[in-house]
Design a protein around this ligand. Sequence first.
Ligand SMILES: [Fe+2]
Ligand SMILES: [Fe+2]
Length: 307
Amino acid sequence: MSFSIERYKEESRKLDTAGIDWQAVTANPLSKGDLFCLHYMMDIENHVPLYLSHLLVTRACMDPILTAFLACWNYEELWHGENIGKFLNLYGIKFDTQDRIANVRANLGFQNSVSLLSTMLGSWLLKDFSAVYLTIGAINELSTLTGYAALIRKSGHPVLKDLLGRIIKDERRHFAFYFNSAKEWLTDNEKAQRVDRWMLDRVWVPVGQGVKTQEQVDALALYLFDDEQGEEELLGIDEKIGRLPGLANIKLMSRALYAARERRRQNPEWATRLIENEEWAIAPPKKSPIGELTTRRTHVGAAIEGT
Ligand SMILES: [Fe+2]
Ligand SMILES: [Fe+2]
């Protein structure tokens, strides 16, 4: 698996959706679990610009190769979220994408600022911050594409298969960048390897956690991976990440699945109830109406002066 930043810059573009049979979206039904996962995935794809804002204040961004990658990567991820939203809208689920994104962000509240400041501080204190960040990037991209493949399998929906199959191709390139960059940083760098492993064992959480609650993360993990094939796929992610220098036999994704199973064992309704109760709507924030947090102070749909 190789990666060339020059080639990536040349080839990076908006997700090609030509030929997707959008009209057939309603021809096949989706389960509540499929819909729960799609909302989760859309929200996390749409969260990328905020994640990026955390990275742009770290020492990792002294690297021009990394910033070139991030510039293209952010744009590609935008179209993943947009197209999953379009798919859901066409399936008949009504929401305004911009309102939903604004609500997700507003609900993060103060926690978002704390996280931003601590990432910034941590990166300047920790010389090998990049090793940790790049490894987490590799795990996130690989688990995202594995999740999409699992959802294709679970849903058996042909249009979703086509759409997610195209997104997976982007995610593979993203994974290749992060994995190769992490490998480069960690090779012959024992101190970075120790820091990386220590941090991953203690601070790593599955992609989306923080934006989503523990129970929501578990609902997605148990729906997609709580069978023999799913568990094998998660062990496969651990095995691939374990090929990075200093990370042999690391267990992250499989450990997260076992922890989710344990929480459900203690409370049989855990996670499943979110799917059964169709809890994928995003409530508006209690404080700070989104109008105060965005430039869109006029009511959606209201005529804008001068138009
Ligand atoms: Fe994506
Ligand atoms: Fe990605």
